[in-house]
Design a protein around this ligand. Structure first.
Ligand code: GNR
Ligand code: NI
Length: 170
């Protein structure tokens, strides 16, 4: 397994739309394994393939406290949304930033798993937020898009400064 490099806002590659997976084969399973390694290493609760520069509709999630309940979502689709909930969100592609975002409180979704089997499930709480956040990534959308233009601009400047000093340090 390999830990992959995560793209950071405002990298334009985070803005591209990922394409559906036609068949969950060994190559996709290798991607899934590498994405879990990357997510766990970064202490994240979710990761979309877009964030590691792979434009396929693949998401890995683990919102369990002990990080021992991996969930694979290939070609995830939201079927229904209910209610509204505000949660403070972070993103591995927007390091060091947390901001409140309003999303649907409960969702029903469909996806395929690691063996290509299709399943449907209801989710609420952090899991529901995380699934909506990850599907946004697959569509080229980031949680900072829900903030005011002023806030987004401030975050962009902050991260561009970080990226610059990272370059200087080699
Ligand atoms: O690790 C993550 N935590 C998180 C917290 C609140 C709402 C969404 C998330 S997802 C994020 C990992 C990530 O960037 N996934 O794309
Ligand atoms: Ni994210």
């Amino acid at each position: 397994m390999a830990v992959l490099k995560i793209l950071h806002f405002p990298d334009p590659r985070l803005r591209r739309r990922a394409t559906p997976v036609v068949q969950v084969d060994d190559e996709i399973r290798r991607l899934i394994d590498d994405m879990f390694a990357t997510m766990y290493q970064s202490d994240g609760v979710g990761l979309a393939a877009t964030q590691v520069n792979v434009l396929k509709r693949v998401v890995v999630i683990d919102v369990s406290p002990d990080a021992n309940q991996p969930l694979v979502l290939v070609n995830p689709q939201i079927l229904t949304r209910q209610g509204e909930a505000v949660m403070s969100e972070g993103c591995l592609s927007v390091p060091g930033v947390r901001e409140k975002v309003t999303r649907a409180e409960t969702i029903r979704f469909r996806a395929s798993g690691r063996d290509g089997e299709s399943f449907e499930q209801e989710a609420s709480g952090l899991l529901a937020v995380c699934i909506q956040h990850e599907i946004d990534h697959l569509d080229g959308k980031l949680f900072v898009d829900y903030l005011s233009g002023l806030k987004r601009q401030r975050i962009r400047k902050q991260l561009e400064k970080q990226a610059g000093s990272n370059l200087n340090r080699g």
